[in-house]
Design a protein around this ligand. Structure first.
Ligand code: HEC
Ligand code: HEC
Length: 303
């Protein structure tokens, strides 16, 4: 039964893929000068959501719950750099390779590493900030301490002392007193994450959570605690969150979560790469870990 569903989906995907390609051809056909590799890759794989001009207004954007990023202001949520700063190239590359779980942004593993770097360079051209600002320093992520009940108890205290509960709620369910009517910098409503549910957008490893807490998420109400909590305190909050993140988000077909289903409909090639193992999975050489994608594949294959 499962297998039949998988085969049906693949057939549907291939049908959709060729429709999508002819759509892309007519769309890209308007371009005058020969496009660079980065531009071609972008138009082919990203513009449907992020828009031809990188303004987040691609033809599919309306249908998505979490809107595609507008790249023109250089505001990036998922960074290893201080709050307000530009991301590192490695941050952009990591997101392209891993995707943003629970959103339509799937891991782009049908693209080779070289192609993903070309896409990284290309989306930087949408914002002047990358030309005028110096490359920021990454926030350091020290080795995590050994988690024990004492550390988790400290984390629980810190969670309240630092005011995480005001947005994320006293038991982490995302229903704090300030949770209602939050907006992001692009004017869209945004809910504080339910921290009892996995997976998280930018990864669920301790280091991923440490990075999010240290740097905040630019463009959203999620502040940075880099200058507020000591590294030990940040690790304690990380392990407190992991101690309450015991539930899984509701899954749709093939274990997809939330807008990932829409992403799969729109981004056939990325979805196929996920199902088949993906070119990028083989040639990544073990350096960059595509953890989110592995996580998603486990879900798709029934673990
Ligand atoms: C199916 C729609 C879709 C496609 C196709 C898509 N994206 Fe995205 N992308 C999104 C959405 C939605 C988000 C926002 C996630 C969020 O805000 O939580 C996003 C976020 C991102 C981010 C994170 C920015 C940040 O704030 O840190 C990067 C980088 C990115 N996309 C690059 C790309 C590139 C490059 C491609 C093509 C190779 C691509 N995307 C293809 C929907 C898409
Ligand atoms: C002013 C409200 C606010 C406060 C205070 C706040 N957050 Fe958040 N947080 C948010 C919002 C909104 C998001 C969702 C961002 C998104 O979905 O793009 C978020 C997202 C997160 C995520 C999920 C990241 C991911 O990858 O999915 C974590 C983890 C998190 N916050 C931890 C914390 C911790 C720990 C604290 C306190 C030290 C805290 N937050 C304080 C609003 C807040």
């Amino acid at each position: 039964m499962k297998r039949a569903i998988l085969i049906c989906s693949v057939v549907l995907l291939i049908g959709g893929l060729s429709a999508y390609q002819s759509y892309y051809r007519s769309y890209a056909g308007e371009a005058q000068a020969a496009p660079t590799a980065g531009e071609r890759i972008y138009l082919e794989n990203c513009a449907a959501c992020h828009g031809e001009r990188g303004d987040g207004k691609g033809p599919e954007a309306d249908r998505l719950k979490t809107k595609p990023r507008d790249f023109t202001e250089g505001i990036y949520k998922f960074r290893s750099t201080a709050s307000g700063s530009l991301p590192l190239d490695e941050d952009i590359f990591r997101i392209i390779s891993r995707g943003v779980r629970t959103t339509s942004m799937l891991a782009q593993l049908h693209l080779s590493e070289t192609e993903r770097w070309a896409a990284t360079e290309y989306i930087k051209t949408f914002s002047q900030r990358f030309k005028t600002e110096k490359t920021p320093e990454p926030v350091s992520i020290p080795n995590p301490p050994q988690p024990d009940t004492e550390l988790v108890a400290l984390g629980q205290r810190m969670y309240t002392d630092a005011g995480c509960n005001q947005c994320h709620g006293s038991d982490g369910k995302g229903d704090g007193t300030s949770a209602k009517e939050l907006k992001d910098d692009w004017g869209e409503p945004i809910a504080p994450t339910d921290l009892t549910l996995k997976p998280f957008k930018s990864g669920s490893d301790p280091g991923d959570l440490y990075r999010t807490i240290s740097t905040g998420l630019n463009g959203t109400p999620m502040p940075s605690y880099g200058g507020v909590l000591t590294p030990q305190e940040r690790w304690s909050v990380v392990f407190y969150i992991l101690s309450i993140a015991t539930r899984e988000r509701p899954r749709a077909m093939m274990g997809l979560v939330g807008d990932e289903v829409q992403g799969m409909r729109i981004d056939m090639r990325a979805a196929m790469a996920g199902m088949m193992g993906g070119r990028g999975m083989r040639d990544r050489g073990g350096g960059m870990m595509d953890r989110n994608m592995r996580d998603m594949m486990k879900d798709m294959m029934g673990r």
